[in-house]
Ligand binder design. Structure first.
Ligand code: ATP
Ligand code: MG
Length: 419
């Protein structure tokens, strides 16, 4: 136990972390281009926020949350997703009085007590955005196009986009009745949770992952065929907007998404490469949530994109990830005077943004050169007493073996000129 991460978690080691840094830098770029600003909220919140914000009838709240009492007897939960915390912050910080829309993005770890499977962890990471204050479909289109350009910037191709509308409280009311009439004769065959959902939120039944429920839900009436006029118009606007940008999509009447608070637009980006569910990114509109959490009535839309699944997809598609900046120069030394001199030299090089290394283990010259090779250093020099006395050394390219004589106090310029 002492030397094992808890189930469902993993270290991100240096051989992987540069990939994460790359993805994070692409996220920052695309979000800046779209005018979304970063927000950072706490890893834990009051449990109540998720019960309200994610929804009492969801799998997340019913089965998957890490909830505990803190020493002050408060019920606290680790965040299972990003939206609820951002909504809380929007309300708490009075963002509704800022110019609308308020466009935010985040890059977070999230926690769910889940059964382990491919692409399913207990600690995982999400990139997400939330946009508040705009109710028309053009912001839905903007958000979907942001994801699409993000994938493009990474070199990903053919990630499928599925869209649906799950209506608003108006059309949902009539639809729920239809749905209840459909499910009522089969209640005994549905799982316990779905029986519970039947009264509280029958739409949730359609999202149940239990096999016995799935076979019954497959014939259920679809909300998309039962939208009110306003929701229908919104969905038409969404499709037009996507067509306008040339973004391809499928309409999937079965997407209801795992969270309670979605209204109108819901969407998923999917791929076969990322595990059983196949979802890399899920999102949608949640026009009722800000008000349900105690804020002013505010339309809003957002998505969450799993970074682990994104990496799986990138690997499957074989898209290249730029390698991290390697060591540019290794200063090998012979003797104590050279070692002291090299200490100052690497410091001066690093000051000029040149990644430089020297020996730290009193290795032999041969071992130092071997190590420089392992580090992937582009250049090496060997310093002894003579080199220091004459202010001269031989700069050797490890790539092509080229050797040139350089002044010790001018190495940085030689390197910069050769970049
Ligand atoms: P799934 O259908 O896979 O359970 P979900 O509907 O629970 O997904 P969301 O809550 O919408 O997922 O989260 C958005 C994204 O976060 C998912 O599309 C996925 O990429 C990622 N994600 C969700 N749960 C996990 C997990 N346990 N491990 C890794 N990634 C996850
Ligand atoms: Mg899930």
């Amino acid at each position: 136990m002492l030397t094992q991460t808890p189930k469902g978690t993993k270290d991100i080691l240096p051989i992987e972390s540069y990939k994460w840094q790359y993805i994070e830098s692409q996220i920052a770029k695309v979000c800046t281009n779209f005018g979304y600003k970063e927000i950072r909220t706490p890893v834990f919140e009051h449990t109540e926020l998720f019960q309200r914000g994610v929804g009492d009838t969801t799998d997340i709240v019913q089965k998957e949350m890490y909830t505990f009492l803190d020493k002050g007897n408060r019920s606290i939960s680790l965040r299972p997703e990003g939206t609820a915390g951002v909504v809380r912050s929007y309300i708490e910080n009075g963002m509704s009085s800022q110019p609308q829309p308020v466009k935010l993005y985040y890059n977070i770890s999230a926690y769910r007590y889940e059964k382990m499977a491919k692409g399913r962890y207990r600690e995982f990471h999400q990139f997400g955005v939330e946009a508040f204050g705009s109710k028309g479909p053009s912001i839905d289109v903007e958000i979907i196009s942001l994801i699409s350009l993000f994938f493009e910037s990474l070199g990903l191709k053919d990630v499928g986009l599925n869209i649906n509308s799950i209506g608003c409280p108006v059309c949902r009311k009539a639809y729920n009745e239809k749905l209840m009439n459909y499910f009522r004769p089969s209640l005994e065959k549905l799982c316990g949770l779905c029986n519970n959902r039947f009264e509280r939120n029958p739409l949730r039944i359609i999202d149940c992952k239990e096999e016995k429920c799935k076979s019954i839900t497959s014939g259920a009436p679809a909300i998309l065929d039962n939208l009110c006029g306003e929701c229908k118009e919104h969905f038409e606007g969404l499709k037009k907007g996507l067509d306008n940008l040339g973004i391809a999509y499928n309409i999937d009447k079965n997407i209801v998404r795992g969270l309670d608070y979605y209204t109108k637009t819901v969407f998923e980006f999917i791929s076969e490469n990322v595990g059983t569910q196949g979802t890399i990114c899920g999102g949608g509109r949640y026009d009722g949530l800000v008000e349900a959490c105690g804020g002013p009535s505010t339309p809003a839309i957002g998505f969450g994109l799993g970074i682990e699944r994104l990496l799986m997809e990138m690997e499957s598609q074989g898209v290249p990830i730029p390698l991290p900046q390697e060591v540019e120069i290794y200063i090998a030394t012979i003797g104590e005077i050279a070692d002291t001199y090299a200490g100052k030299l690497v410091y001066e090089l690093r000051k000029r943004q040149i990644p430089a290394e020297k020996d730290l283990l009193q290795k032999s010259l041969k071992a130092q050169m071997k190590y420089a090779d392992k580090l992937g250093a582009k250049y090496t020099i060997v310093l002894g007493d003579d080199e220091i006395k004459n202010n001269k050394a031989t700069l050797k390219s490890m790539k092509n073996g080229e050797q040139i004589e350089v002044a010790l106090d001018n190495i940085h310029e030689e390197i910069i000129n050769r970049r």
